[in-house]
Design a protein around this ligand. Structure first.
Ligand SMILES: [Zn+2]
Ligand SMILES: [Zn+2]
Length: 555
């Protein structure tokens, strides 16, 4: 295969960028980037140039000529391969983001210790970029937008990021196919945290759908009698299950259950009777099941209950627990946040700025904690009966201890303990840190227990059952961090936790007033785990919350 000049130039460009990221010889990296520039401008093809002539071409010296030959012969450049091997894939991916060049990427990786785009986006969200040299507020906003754009163009999306799109497509379809029925189904209808494709059940014909999408510049990925799958110009996958009026409900039911749940339903002898059910309630009754809401059609345990307890609703959230103010890395003053809470009808707020080890987040020194507590006392006087609780998001240090001595920890109403540093660790190490933090008598809530960032960071490996057991033994609440990129703990573990009487707390981890709205996503996830409001700490009334805290303090 012949490699064209552009391909060759690209190898040099990438090599030069990676050398800059790794802080290697700038003279050399500059010579590679100018070689790339010159190669793109050459009027002749390098592949067709005799080897001995290469080094005589404008802008190409001996060393570059040697590398050009290597590419022409092998298709690769060893120096580049070596450089790629030394770079985490997430850092390589940052090169796709407009607005951050190699120098900035080096700072992001080496100084901020951020190794993936998802983490970087989250760091923008926490205003962390602005603290570094060369990054202003404007850069931070640009980077944030560029990453969001990049993510939108990848295959999978957070639920939160597909909501508006799904609603818009749904409305347009119903408008354009008068007389046909459309209903959103699949992962989206169940409210899964990650959406790989949007799905509809419809009575429109595959042909009509095909024509409509071709006209709209969509690409057809798959088509058959029972449906069609297309990809939108924005790179979103849409799948359509075609059926008739009579079977519409049955098809909707089938396509919106998880595989495990559906298999269990199919195994029932009544399954053959469902095809003409007109409502899902009727269908479930025919199967001898309770009226199981769609978000619960995930796990098998749901099938064994004839009556389900009502699950938590957004309106059941009575408080904002876990929030950051401008004392650390948040965007608003505590007073602004408290007033927003009052306006939204919340009864109290837990202010939990970062602790002193989180230097990147302007974590609070012991002196500033005392100062903040005086300020909170004043505000509480002013804002009665609303109450602000004094808390801290205390870093769980490398050895599992919390970030302050007991004398300081005892001055908080409650403590949220979270891991923020050295996230790359074995399960053994992670469990040692977490269990020690859970055993600490000052820990009230275990914050985002795995540290995952959906679609970008897996989270450290943990043994969920052991964590749940330890929290049960030490009366520690497990957070369900409601940020749509976290949703940590994973809802799949809620049932086990509540079965062992461990409380969950749906917390927005808000860094601005707008962040309060994330509670909604936490509730959606919690519903999937069957959480009731009685099992959720942030649903406690002010009185109940105070009683809970004093009981915890008494041990
Ligand atoms: Zn945190
Ligand atoms: Zn936090």
């Amino acid at each position: 295969m012949a490699y064209d000049n552009y391909y060759i130039a690209d190898q040099f460009t990438l090599l030069s960028k990676l050398m800059d990221i790794h802080g290697e010889n700038t003279f050399k990296s500059k010579s590679y980037s100018s070689a790339a520039f010159n190669i793109e401008k050459l009027p002749l093809s390098l592949a067709e140039t005799p080897a001995e002539k290469l080094s005589t071409l404008k802008g190409i010296g001996d060393s570059v000529a040697k590398k050009v030959l290597e590419i022409l012969e092998t298709g690769k450049l060893q120096a580049l391969e070596d450089m790629i091997k030394k770079t985490p894939p997430g850092v390589l991916e940052m090169l796709n983001i407009k607005g951050i060049g190699p120098k900035k990427i080096a700072t992001i990786w080496k100084e901020m210790e951020v190794e993936s785009l998802g983490e970087l986006l989250y760091a923008c969200n926490e205003n962390r970029l602005m603290l570094y040299k060369g990054f202003g507020e404007k850069t931070q906003t640009n980077v944030q937008e560029a990453i969001e754009f990049y993510f939108r163009n990848q295959g999978s999306h957070l639920f939160a990021e597909t909501e508006a799109y799904a609603a818009a497509v749904d409305a347009t379809l119903k408008e354009n196919f008068t007389g046909a029925r459309f209903a959103l189904t699949g992962e989206f209808r169940r409210g899964l945290e990650i959406i790989n494709q949007l799905e509809w059940v419809t009575t429109a014909t595959p042909n009509a759908l095909k024509q409509y999408f071709l006209d709209g510049q969509y690409t057809i990925e798959d088509e058959h009698d029972a449906g069609i799958t297309v990809k939108s110009p924005e790179n979103k996958k849409l799948a359509f299950h075609v059926t008739d009026d009579a079977r519409f409900t049955a098809r909707l039911f089938e396509t919106s259950c998880s595989d495990v749940f559906l298999d269990a339903c199919r195994a029932k002898k009544e399954w053959s009777s469902i095809h003409d059910a007109q409502t899902e309630e009727e269908l479930l009754t025919r199967l001898g099941l309770a009226d199981i809401p769609v978000y619960l059609r995930e796990q098998e345990w749901v099938l064994n209950h004839t009556a389900l307890q009502p699950v938590i609703q957004t309106a059941d959230i009575k408080a904002i627990i876990h929030s950051h103010s401008n004392w650390s890395d948040g965007g608003n003053t505590i007073e602004e946040m408290a007033k927003a809470c009052i306006a939204l009808g919340y009864e109290y707020m837990v202010i939990s700025d970062h602790s002193k080890s989180a230097f990147y987040a302007n974590g609070l020194s012991e002196e500033r904690i005392r100062e903040q507590h005086r300020y909170v006392d004043e505000l509480n006087e002013k804002l009665k009966p609303f109450k602000i609780f004094k808390s801290i998001e205390s870093d769980i240090l490398n050895d599992g201890s919390l970030d302050y001595p007991d004398a300081v920890l005892s001055t908080f109403d409650l403590v949220i303990a979270s891991v923020h540093s050295n996230l790359k660790m074995t399960e053994e190490k992670a469990m040692m840190r977490l269990l020690k933090a859970i055993e600490n008598p000052y820990t009230t809530i275990l914050g985002h227990p795995t540290g995952r960032l959906l679609l970008s960071r897996k989270g450290y490996p943990v043994d969920h059952t052991k964590i749940i057991d330890a929290c049960a033994a030490h009366h520690v609440v497990i957070e369900l961090n409601a940020h749509p990129r976290r949703l940590d703990m994973d809802w799949r573990w809620i049932r086990e936790a509540t079965g062992k009487n461990v409380l969950i707390s749906i917390d927005p981890d808000a860094h601005t007033i707008e962040g309060f709205d994330d509670c909604r996503h936490g509730v959606l996830a919690a519903q999937k785990g069957g959480l009731t409001k009685e099992q959720n700490l942030s649903s406690f009334s002010l009185k109940e919350f105070e009683a809970f805290l004093s009981k915890k303090k008494r041990g």
